[in-house]
Design a protein around this ligand. Structure first.
Ligand code: PEP
Ligand code: MG
Length: 893
């Protein structure tokens, strides 16, 4: 027969795997119900119903009857009807999507109370105050979240009532006071919402359900989804649950619990309890909670039962669970559970503890941690035992611990940092003009803006510590000072410390301790007994799981022996990108300048002869550091202007000299050349292979240096494995010309040395045309390395040097990106080209080696993508290698 869509599930009908349909909350309530745990009976309206409502503006036709049927079952079980005057069944209506989502309607409690049933509740509970307080809360929550009345109006009225009576806490208001408040609240609803507070309990329920549906499309919810890349079409479920009360006297209460310590992973009794209270009181911090362990004294029976339930939940979910519970007159009720959030360190510990307990296997353990958590553990932290002077707190925008002298403008930041000072750049908010100052600073502190503010986005991109939106700090950039609460004034030059992992801001220097995890990767620390060692032991084990299963190899982007050695300690299996332009800076720049300006072959050859031994020495060191592992050396790829004097400075110098009539010949020649070579768009200009093709001998010199260095290492009984890589290739013809020239040089060196150096030659794929003609290019290349930095730049038409500081903030705020495409690979665009080029390349040359060496090689989400498209390796900066190893393992398990 026709498939009947079911829109309502009783808690007894669902299970934890139905999160798409029942939302996280509903699925877990069902799961607990089926485990036989004491969950107040109820039912869940599915996300499907929500989707119909959002699409058509009307609830599905069948919904009303289905809800009626489930409500009736509920009423029968509870032995009373919703809102029944003499003994009302009350319910809560709570939203619950697949992912928990701020910005959606949360909860309306006490649905079913009315002018009539409040009296019944008072009699049944034997507590008039309780009943009127419950009614007061209903009108307040309902008025605000369902009818859209400004919540402050209720808050203000409550404050006034307390003030009039001369008391400070809600609990000092008696039944008569609350009755009066209810009257006022109802009047507020009438004037603000243009309708009376509904007395019909079913109408209350139906309106609340609709409000939950509609909250899916609230502005904040939509923005959150765009930023978190949660699809907009999931919809939310609605949970309708019979009420239990934690505020019925001293033998009632409410609390939260964790099956293990979410900070350390240790098993034990963790949580808070508040007697004679409802959940919202805990959140509002009205009274102080007690430790969960104290519940044993207050109510041993409930406590023992709770401990039993926690064990059941852990064994069932095989993970840390967090729990909300209520005790109503000695009866324990479970209101919610979910796999709980935890700190990065706890994630690693819990994963290995659960393996030891036999609850999960190694593959599952890998799914319980993330590369982002590992990265977090690799930042230095402030010494926890240090005495600190906290002056404020903002948003933890980019992790790390930074200490420096306060400066209030970028110019000073640059000036001071050039003279060796460490500075913290403090601004109200940053803008693109602050970029150089941000680079110069140890950390950035702003008093305005959130996680997607300019400061936050740019700092994260640079891996720089940042605290933003520290609103209690008053920044006065004109007077170069900041005022903290209590009138503490921080002048320019005063030392401050900022913690980008907690958002805390301190006056003075807080000592920084290195990350034990980094110490471990560096080989300076081994698993032992104390706390840090336990963490290290857990990381060590999880990394071993990852290394065992991963298919992707992990290489480093490194261009000197020191970085290469560190990368090796961190587990690099080779170098995927040695940027040789980094070897031409400093004093060697002069030779490059001469090379570029040479008028005669002789001049050019002289310059090349100077560079050859220097380059060769670089490579010998690098091959030695990476002995036995592949080293991909990329031939020169900078925009030319980076090697020439600044056009403005030089023009001024020449003009001044000319006015003094002592302009020298060399400067004039230089200026002419600089003019000739000046480019409007250097990134799209004479770079990479283009440079190699127009400056005769340049690439040949580099190839010779590589080959001779390899020969020297072989003579020294080493095992050099060099791969030569050509940058910015757009067509196979470019590659063929360079290839012919390189092969000639290699032949010469090999013949002279009497060795087969086994050098391979490949190309970067970093232009759309290269990706689109990858099948042809593979004829001339033994390997491809995707340069996803340039590929992102050219596919989107974004200048990689400019846009992150200019309009990306706006794009992130509007939710056009969840994250910069320079950080995480744009799968649909850039990624599609990578996939197609990999396939086309392999079709031409089945043993074509494929890697990636753009920044994305160390980004967790991107690593999964590269695994999926079948690359052989990713290459990233040395510090990110452990993250890439872990994510490659997670992708494969
Ligand atoms: C790239 O473009 O992705 C790349 C690795 O090269 P570079 O960043 O040096 O341009
Ligand atoms: Mg590039």
């Amino acid at each position: 027969g026709p498939q009947v869509v079911k829109f309502v599930y009783d808690f007894t009908e669902g299970n934890k795997d139905l999160k798409d349909l029942l939302g996280g909350k509903g699925a877990n309530l069902a799961e607990m119900t089926n485990l036989g745990l004491p969950v107040p009976p109820g039912f869940t309206i599915t996300t499907d119903a929500c989707k119909v409502y959002l699409d058509s503006g009307e609830e599905p036709a069948a919904l009303r009857d289905e809800v009626s049927a489930h409500l009736e079952t509920l009423e029968q079980r509870m032995g009373k009807r919703l809102g029944q005057h003499d003994d009302p069944l009350l319910v809560s209506v709570r939203s619950g999507a697949k992912f928990s989502m701020p910005g959606m309607m949360d909860t309306v409690l006490n649905i079913g109370l009315s002018d009539a049933s409040v009296e019944g509740l008072a009699r049944q509970a034997g507590d008039e105050r309780f009943a009127w307080d419950s009614y007061r809360r209903l009108i307040q929550m309902f008025g605000k979240t369902v009818l859209g009345v400004d919540g402050e109006l209720f808050e203000d009225a409550l404050e006034e009532a307390k003030a009039a009576k001369g008391v400070t806490v809600d609990t000092d208001l008696d039944a008569a006071d609350l009755k009066k408040l209810v009257k006022g609240f109802k009047k507020t609803v009438r004037t603000e919402a243009g309708r009376d507070f509904p007395q019909d309990p079913r109408e209350q329920m139906d309106l609340a359900v609709k409000a939950v549906f509609e909250s899916w499309n609230g502005d904040r919810a939509k923005l959150y989804r765009r930023q978190e890349r949660i699809p907009h079409d999931l919809g939310t479920a609605v949970n309708i649950c019979s009420m239990v009360f934690g505020n019925l006297g001293p033998d009632s209460g409410t609390g939260v619990a964790f099956t293990r310590d979410p900070a350390s992973g240790q098993q034990g009794v963790y949580g808070d309890y508040l007697s004679n209270a409802q959940g919202e009181d805990v959140v509002a911090g009205i009274r102080n909670t007690v430790a969960l362990a104290d519940l044993e004294q207050l109510d041993k029976v409930s406590y023992d039962q709770l401990m039993q339930i926690m064990e059941t939940l852990e064994n069932h979910y095989k993970d840390l669970c967090d729990i909300e519970f209520t005790i109503e007159r000695g009866q324990l009720w479970m209101l919610q559970t979910r796999v709980g959030k935890r700190t990065a360190g706890a994630a690693f510990r819990i994963a290995t503890q659960l393996v030891d307990q036999g609850l999960i296997d190694e593959a599952e353990a890998l799914q319980r941690v993330t590369g982002a958590q590992l990265a977090q553990l690799m930042f230095p932290k402030f010494d926890e035992d240090a005495k600190v002077d906290k002056i404020g707190r903002g948003i933890a925008a980019s992790p790390g611990a930074a200490v420096g002298k306060a400066v209030f403008d970028s110019y000073t930041a640059i000036k001071w940092s050039r003279s060796g000072e460490k500075v913290i750049l403090i601004r109200r908010e940053t803008n693109p003009d602050d970029l150089d100052g941000m680079i110069a600073a140890e950390g950035i502190l702003t008093s305005r803006g959130g996680k997607t503010s300019h400061a936050a986005v740019v700092a994260r991109g640079m891996g720089k510590t940042c605290v933003c939106g520290a609103e209690e700090l008053e920044v006065d950039t004109k007077r170069r000072r900041m005022t903290a609460p209590g009138g503490i004034v921080i002048e320019e030059g005063d030392v401050v410390s900022i913690d980008g992992s907690t958002g805390k801001v301190y006056l003075g220097e807080v000592p920084v301790v290195p990350s034990p995890v980094v110490e471990y990767f560096e080989g300076r620390m081994h698993a032992g007994a104390d706390d840090a060692d336990e963490l290290v032991a857990a990381v060590h084990r999880v990394m071993a799981y990852a290394d065992r299963v991963r298919r992707l190899r992990v290489r480093a982007n490194a261009d000197n022996a020191e970085d290469a050695l560190r990368a090796r300690r961190f587990g690099a299996q080779g170098i995927g990108l040695c940027r040789t332009e980094h070897m031409f800076l400093g004093e060697r720049r002069e030779y490059v300048e001469r090379l570029i300006l040479a008028d005669t072959d002789e001049e050019r050859e002289q310059a090349l002869d100077r560079l050859l031994p220097l380059q060769k020495r670089d490579f010998v060191e690098l091959f030695e550091a990476m002995d036995g592992l592949p080293v991909t050396v990329r031939l020169l790829d900078p925009p030319l202007h980076e090697f020439l004097p600044d056009i403005t400075e030089l023009s001024v110098r020449v003009a001044l000299a000319e006015s003094r009539k002592d302009a020298n010949e060399n400067d004039l020649r230089l200026l002419q050349a600089v003019h000739r070579l000046h480019e409007q768009n250097p990134m799209l200009g004479l770079r990479g292979v283009r440079l190699g093709l127009v400056i005769p001998g340049l690439f040949a010199m580099q190839v010779r240096a590589i080959a001779e260095a390899a020969a020297e290492r072989r003579d020294a009984k080493g095992d050099p494995r060099a791969e030569i890589m050509i940058p910015l290739v757009g067509t196979v013809q470019e590659l063929e010309i360079v290839r012919d020239e390189a092969e000639q040089v290699i032949d010469e060196v090999q013949r002279a040395a009497g060795l087969d150096l086994k050098l391979s030659l490949g190309t970067m794929i970093e232009l759309p045309r290269a990706a689109l003609t990858a099948g042809q290019i593979a004829e001339a290349a033994e390997f491809f390395s995707f340069g996803t930095n340039d590929l992102t730049q050219t596919v989107w038409g974004f200048s990689r040097d400019d846009v992150e500081a200019s309009f990306f903030t706006a794009y992130l705020e509007k939710g056009i990106f969840g994250v910069s495409p320079f950080e995480t690979i744009d799968k649909d665009g850039v990624g599609a080209l990578v996939r197609a080029a990999a396939e086309a390349g392999r079709a031409t040359r089945p043993d074509l080696k494929l890697g990636v060496c753009g920044e994305h090689g160390g980004d967790p989400e991107s690593v999964h993508f590269f695994h999926e498209v079948g690359l052989d390796y990713v290459s990233c900066s040395p510090f990110r290698i452990p993250v890439a190893r872990l994510e490659a393992g997670r992708a494969a398990s």
